[in-house]
Write a new protein. Structure first.
Length: 266
């Protein structure tokens, strides 16, 4: 589970301009009933309405097979540093397969993963076209965070004023603030946010087509401005929290890790 960064946004301006934002960016999706819950309509602040994710990258994950494929098609420059054919010769499952040379390793990977060459070529083509291997890489670069906005909550909706809250994973969506400034220059967006781990907070305005939202140190005042209530303190809580890295895009990846050296992941 990520650290959730909760944001509260108050939008003021001409009501027609506010409606234009709501109609475009607050998306309603119908969720069918399941064994555990009835059908319902879910609203989200959908970042793709501002910066669309290419269809070709949706649902594409960056796993070990893709990394091996990149190396086999001569695009090791796109693979993560610890993915080299030379390093793999020392991996236990490679040794267990009786593989001792680079040629044997190439042949073994192609035999056990018949689509590996095609996967590598497709990954390289996506990177050349979009600058990303997967949805994750693209999201971090284009949205500044792992996923689109989630856990949308409408706070109030009045003439000339709209207030809502939403969460992001690990970091604040800096590119989205910039895009809001570009797309809705007649509106005033007052933004506050707080990382649930108290690593950083968010504050600032988007007005007159300019973005003034920034990450700052977490404070009790910004906690209360975001959540609508003061923080709860416990006797054993260390109140001197480290301010952290101020909400840079998260480096937690769904991609493979060094653990794959000990067991093959398809």
């Amino acid at each position: 589970m990520p650290n959730h960064v909760t944001h509260r946004i108050v939008i003021t301006g001409a009501d027609a301009d506010i409606r234009a934002f709501v109609d475009r960016c607050i998306v309603t999706t119908h969720r069918d009933a399941t064994e555990h819950q009835p059908a319902f309509d879910e609203q989200t602040f959908d970042f793709s309405t501002l910066i669309p994710m290419p269809e070709e990258l949706k649902n594409v994950t960056d796993g070990s097979t893709m990394q091996w494929g990149l190396m086999l098609v001569g695009r090791a420059d796109l693979a993560r540093a610890y993915y080299t054919l030379e390093n793999m010769l020392d991996w236990p499952w490679v040794k267990d397969a009786g593989v001792t040379t680079l040629d044997e390793l190439r042949a073994y990977l192609i035999k056990t993963h018949p689509t590996i060459i095609a996967d590598g070529e497709a990954a390289a083509a996506r990177h050349d076209k979009y600058g990303a291997l997967s949805w994750y890489d693209w999201s971090i670069r284009e949205w500044g965070t792992k996923w689109s906005g989630y856990s949308y909550r409408l706070v109030s909706d009045a003439l000339g004023r709209f207030e809502f809250m939403f969460d992001t994973a690990w970091s604040t969506p800096d590119p989205i603030w910039a895009k809001l400034a570009e797309e809705f220059p007649t509106l005033l967006f007052e933004v506050v946010g707080y990382d649930e781990g108290s690593g950083f907070a968010v504050t600032g305005e988007i007005r007159d087509g300019e973005n003034y939202v920034e990450c700052v140190d977490a404070t009790d005042e910004l906690y209360e401005a975001t959540y609508g209530e003061p923080p709860t303190r416990y006797e054993d809580e260390d109140e001197d929290n480290d301010a952290g890295d101020h909400g840079s895009a998260d480096t937690d990846s769904d991609a493979a890790t060094d653990d794959e050296a000990s067991s093959e992941t398809v």
